[in-house]
Design a protein around this ligand. Structure first.
Ligand SMILES: [Fe+2]
Length: 218
């Protein structure tokens, strides 16, 4: 399967605080400290976990505007992916994914370490594993590896070798999940899978509220 040269800075090369309040600042500071202490992705995830759990349990810091669906997004289905924060060098991004009732994301990957947790509503997640070598361009054979039902406070880890999934909202109201990724996941080119057709194509989700570097007019 093709991989992409993906790491890229933000459009202005500066850290972006789309949501800026002491609670989020404290969380990102903790994450940055952990990232600066080790390069081991599993150790980074383990270090961040308790901080992420606390943030998920706090319903005061995320403005309502970032918990709204969006009619026209790269995910389709009215799914809004809102950037909350990203590091200027493109090595960290934090976003909220808002999925209307009955909608589901495409089957996709992430190509980086990450933590994803449910903040509001309920979701079913299906995790896939790759069954083919990935040598044939455009082809991907997937099988279902795990299924999870998530309620607020539940979260899971992503690692590049274990990061193909889709999620669907099962609550009768919009679900909101928080995504912390070790890359600018809205702006990188990753993969969208069609399991029934054994097909894979390049995929970029974008953010509904912020452009990627290559989308900025010069
Ligand atoms: Fe995902």
């Amino acid at each position: 399967m093709c991989q992409f040269d993906n790491a890229a800075p933000t459009p202005n090369g500066e850290d972006e605080w789309v949501v800026d309040n002491p609670r989020l600042r404290a969380f990102i500071a903790a994450v940055t400290g952990i990232r600066n202490s080790t390069d081991d992705q599993r150790a980074i995830l383990a270090g961040i976990r308790p901080h992420f759990e606390e943030l998920l349990a706090d319903d005061r810091w995320l403005p309502a505007a970032f918990q709204e669906p969006h009619a026209d997004s790269g995910m389709g289905g009215g799914i809004g992916m809102w950037l909350l924060y990203r590091a200027g060098d493109g090595s960290l991004a934090f976003s909220s994914l808002v999925v209307p009732p009955g909608s589901q994301t495409p089957v996709h990957d992430h190509l980086a370490w990450g933590l994803v947790g449910l903040y509001r509503g309920a979701q079913d997640e299906v995790v896939y594993q790759r069954e083919d070598s990935g040598d044939e361009d455009g082809k991907a054979v997937l099988s279902v590896k795990e299924r999870h039902s998530l309620v607020p406070g539940d979260f899971y880890e992503l690692l590049p070798e274990n990061d193909i999934h889709h999620v669907r909202t099962t609550s009768d109201f919009t679900s909101v999940s928080l995504h912390l990724l070790g890359i600018d996941n809205g702006c990188i080119v990753r993969h969208r899978f069609f399991p029934d057709e054994e097909k894979v194509i390049p995929f970029k989700s974008g953010y509904v509220n912020k452009p990627c570097e290559d989308e900025v007019a010069v």
